[in-house]
Design a binder for this molecule. Sequence first.
Ligand code: ADQ
Length: 465
Amino acid sequence: MGNVEGVTEPRPLVIAANRLPVMRNSDGGWSTSPGGLVRALLPTVQESKGAWVGWTGERDGVAEVIESEGIELHSVPLSSNEVDRYYEGFANDTLWPLYHDAIRESGYHSADWDAYVDVNQRFAVQVANIAPPGAAVWLHDYHLQLVPGFLREQRNDVRIGWFNHIPFPPLELFQRIPWRSEIVKGLLGADVLGFQRSRGARNFIAAAHQLLGATEIDDDLVHYQGRNISVGAYPISIDVADFELQASGRATRQRSAQIRSRLGDPEVILLGVDRLDYTKGIGGRLRAFGQLLDDGRLDPERHVLVQIATPTREGVEHYQDERREIEQIVGEINGRHARLGFPVIHYLYQTLPLDELIPLYRAGDVMLVTPLRDGMNLVAKEYVAAHVDGDGVLVLSEFTGAADELGEALLVNPHDEQRLQDTIVQAVEMHRHERRPRMEAMRDRLATATVGDWAKSFLDVLMER
Ligand code: ADQ
């Protein structure tokens, strides 16, 4: 903070996200859930003696301070009603579908919006209470779009950044929200706004101009009520070195071979790994696979599909419908094409630990990542990083952020059923002379764009004085 003989210390870093990076153990204690994001941000928070603010995931919890990995985690308690209205309601039933191209109908309920305002205000108060003077506050995601504005009203000494992990929609969709101007105003309270892709940033700038008259005074710089706000694209990534290390171990190779043999030693293992979310295009992908079997273009004795689907947002109706539909498709296809003891689709509705997921990635000859819309999609990057053997084919939806960087994948429009089927066949039949250079090119690019690079590029702008 202080400027000692020309040496400027970095600002303390405070993170706020809907969820804290911890889970409650059965004994009542806490264990860290160390994703790539947490690992990328933790060192800066630790060194700067910063903190992390978020919800524990529990209904009717109490405010507490949890010590974890040498930093303080400050919980923001939510009542059961707030979980229904702010989290499952406004965040996941209004914003999530709308921001993903409105592929499901959004609900617009003023009681949900009121809870969203209240919870955002509570987050802002919590951050304002604990942020050291001159801190950099990095807010995450669509749950907290009003926090920048509320925080700005209380603490003018802090730098405020916000990063959106999901797409930011075009104005034509965004303006459906009855409280659209309030949301844009909330975001304009920040100093730095980050998006996965430049089109997300452009969409926001257009909304800010149209709804509140904010002006773009330079590339990626917006002026509003006497302040400048930097608006740009920061594509997120994964901890590439860590994935590579885990993927190249002997235990992973052994487990991977074991998986192949357990599946009946098929010629080609096709793989899907997703949260069970209607944005991920799981149903369309399964239908394409089933049609290829029906038409005899794939052979159940040579080609099997493994679909891992993580349980998610089970309290939201669209998700219950999606699960029913997917499980019905799996049942129908297996009913038609499985042989005794050999399903043609191996479907797991489970969250797998990383030491099970990485061998699966390595065993997967063809990875199917076919969302209808996705901010980035880290699964695509994880698959590439795990293929330390330089082999494997990635089929990737054009509608993911990852498609901007992984152009050597087989890019596909998941709405185009025929093309999707043809692309799957192309992937299955691709010769290794073509597979390898594609995979190598993607691996090279990923090596220079890790989650550490992502965090650094955002923090470099946020920490400015
Ligand atoms: P998600 O929608 O959750 O993230 P994604 O980027 O694919 O999508 O990340 C999913 C993560 O969950 C991956 O790290 C994956 O390994 C893990 N995962 C998936 N299925 C699993 C399973 N069955 N078992 C264990 N782990 C599993 C949101 C946005 C994305 C954006 C990220 C990060 O929707 O677009 O890329 O945030 O910004």
